[in-house]
Design a binder for this molecule. Structure first.
Ligand code: PLP
Length: 411
């Protein structure tokens, strides 16, 4: 199948989200930014928000601001994100910690809950191509709790299928940890089917939505997910080190205890009383002081997404990756570039990965010329086409340069 290509100018003119591409801080010298899935661009107005925050909330209201709002930002921003992008009803999501730490808290909490009810459930299921931090966290929890790891062999050019999950889960399964959108190929896992399969086996499932949130709509409540995590600094434009979110389905709130029990997840924290008593509801996922400063840009990113609407964002995302694909399809086969991402819309996330043996060498040349994808070993060039900030013309400019650099390197 060859997708027929329309000129970028025509696609940009017809893009209902075109005006959003102008709502980011300009990046002089950047001709094509293909890394919005790794570090989203700052939304215009973020600098003013930060300055106002420092002068007014922090600088003037000082410690009074904790009572005037900051204390509940984790739940408030979590609820808003749940509504805008996660398909999560209020009261199940908080914004806190890094993705890695939140992942640890949720996977360990659910694994402990499951093994406590049924001691033979001592397996954590992970896939071999999940993002490194997910694999390392699972390995750490397995070592710490004496659990066994069960690996699903994932195809790095696609991803984990429901059949593969069905083949490994059973009466020994405690928790299955998977990414919804694979960080390498962009493969979208069949979350509803996989969640059903895991539940049928009696296990819990944790979804990593780092490459999903702000790009592909999630329906955590409808899927029946037990827990989920995701990044604030990718498609949500929260800035480097922006906090993660954590979702824990309401049905687990009374029975699941996260392991990092800190004072701000305690009931009545300012009683400073003896012993830990978890706060009611999802607040118990909070451990220590919320990263309030880092939430300022994230609020703006989430509100921009709300304004555009996640379904419109998904439509544009598919149009952008279609456009990129149609350009690569026209490249001569002697160039030797392959697309290592799913063709099918239903299984395709927000980025495409191209493969070529010279991409490692090509990357610094591209960056120097203002074309900014990223490289994933051994030979992948990732094109993250963040829908709100990327134009069709930018896709064309970037791919033209990628081809030119490959031609130069092969001479
Ligand atoms: C980006 C990413 C992370 C990042 O974790 P941090 O703790 O924010 O560094 C984790 N998991 C996945 C799947 C990712 O894509």
């Amino acid at each position: 199948m060859t997708v027929t290509s329309r000129p970028a100018a025509e696609l940009d003119a017809a893009d209902p989200l075109r005006s959003f591409t102008l709502r980011f801080e300009p990046a002089p010298g950047v001709r094509a930014y293909f890394d919005g899935n790794s570090l989203g661009r700052p939304v215009a107005g973020t600098a003013e928000d930060m300055a106002r925050f420092v002068r007014e909330e922090w600088g003037t209201r000082l410690i009074r601001s904790w009572d005037e709002g900051w204390m509940t930002w984790p739940e408030r921003l979590g609820d808003r994100l749940g509504e805008v992008a996660l398909g999560a009803a209020a009261g199940q999501t908080v914004v806190a910690d890094s993705t890695t730490v939140m992942l640890y808290k949720l996977v360990r909490a659910l694994a402990d809950a499951r093994t406590a009810q049924d001691p033979q459930r001592r397996e954590l299921v992970v896939d071999t191509d999940n993002f490194p931090t997910d694999r390392y966290v699972a390995e750490g929890i397995a070592a710490e709790r004496g659990l066994d790891l069960r690996w699903v062999e994932a195809d790095p050019d696609t991803g984990v299928t429901a059949e593969q999950v069905a083949a490994v889960v059973g009466e020994r399964t405690a928790v299955v940890l998977l990414s919804h959108v694979a960080y390498r190929s962009g493969f979208v896992a069949d979350a509803p089917a996989i969640t059903r399969t895991v539940h049928h086996s009696g296990g819990h499932v944790v979804w990593d939505l780092s490459h999903t949130v702000g790009s592909v709509p999630a329906q955590l409540d409808d899927w029946g997910a037990d827990a989920a995590v995701g990044c604030g600094y990718k498609y949500l434009n929260g800035g480097p080190g922006a906090p993660a979110f954590g979702y824990l389905a309401a049905r687990h709130h009374d029975s699941v205890r996260q392991p990092v029990q800190g004072w701000l997840g305690r009931q009545d924290p300012f009683e400073m009383g003896p012993g830990y008593v978890p706060a009611a509801g999802v607040r118990a996922l909070v451990s220590g002081t919320p990263p309030v400063v880092s939430m300022v840009p994230l609020w703006r990113g989430v509100e921009l997404l709300a304004e555009a609407g996640i379904d419109a964002v998904r439509q544009k995302s598919l149009a952008l990756t279609d456009h990129a694909w149609s350009i690569v399809d026209q490249w001569p086969s002697r160039l030797g570039v392959q697309v290592a991402s799913p063709r099918e819309h239903q299984r395709r996330g927000g980025h495409l990965t191209l493969r070529h043996p010279s991409f490692r060498e090509a990357l610094p040349v591209l960056w120097q010329r203002g074309v900014i994808p990223d490289f994933r070993a051994p030979d992948g060039l990732r094109l993250g086409l963040s829908p709100l900030s990327t134009t069709f013309a930018e896709v064309e400019v970037g791919l033209t340069e990628i081809r030119a650099v490959l031609e130069e390197l092969s001479r």
